[in-house]
Design a protein around this ligand. Structure first.
Ligand code: ZN
Length: 204
């Protein structure tokens, strides 16, 4: 099953991806993770992408498509994948259609207030864990014990810019898939378990 999770930053795509990955036995491909992996390895494409991310700007389509295409060619994607954070633009969606066929696009509809509340409270760990401050007892990771930090793109001024950019560039992507009859909208203001039940009921 080839799935795409579409929605603003903070819509809860990452949380659903973890659950869907387990349920369907297919990998969760976050372009954010793919970028960070390329950046930490210091690849040429990774450093080029970083120069845009650091300014809160979108990475050019050909760079994003190159990173995603290489990831989809890996062996664990043989039975499908969950793409999260891609495609973000219509040209990226068109490029993806040339790489593979997509079965369903889940569009996470979420209010700005919900996003701000979720993201400004997000704390990250170098082990990959992310937690909401309301559920933490200290500033240390409950999984591995390292000190938690606020990702540069989870700061309020950066969030506002990410939302603005998202709205401007990604709304046409939803339209693109709606016209293909593959778009499934879900109310992502609801809690995680409710959203998950709605998605699995739809996908079967
Ligand atoms: Zn940790």
């Amino acid at each position: 099953m080839n799935l795409i999770l579409l929605g603003a930053p903070g819509a809860g795509k990452g949380s659903q991806a973890v659950k869907l990955k387990e349920h369907y036995g297919i990998p969760h491909i976050s372009t954010g993770d793919a970028f960070r992996s390329n950046i930490s390895k210091g690849t040429e494409i990774g450093l080029y992408a970083k120069s845009f991310i650091d300014k809160g700007l979108l990475v050019p389509d050909d760079v994003v498509v190159g990173i995603v295409k290489a990831r989809l060619e890996e062996a664990d994607c043989a039975n499908g994948f969950i793409l999260d954070g891609f495609p973000r633009t219509v040209p990226q969606a068109e490029a993806l259609d040339k790489i593979t066929a997509v079965d369903c696009i889940i569009d996470f509809k979420v209010d700005r207030e919900t996003v701000l509340k979720r993201l400004t409270g997000r704390r990250s760990c170098s082990c990959g864990g992310t937690f909401h401050v309301s559920k933490l007892k200290s500033e240390y990771c409950p999984v591995c014990g390292k000190k938690l930090y606020i990702r540069a793109d989870d700061k309020p001024e950066v969030i506002e810019e990410r939302l603005r950019v998202y709205k401007e560039t990604t709304a046409p992507v939803a339209e693109y898939y709606r016209e293909q009859g593959k778009l499934f909208e879900v109310d992502a203001n609801l809690d995680i378990d409710k959203v998950y039940d709605i998605i699995v009921a739809k996908l079967g």
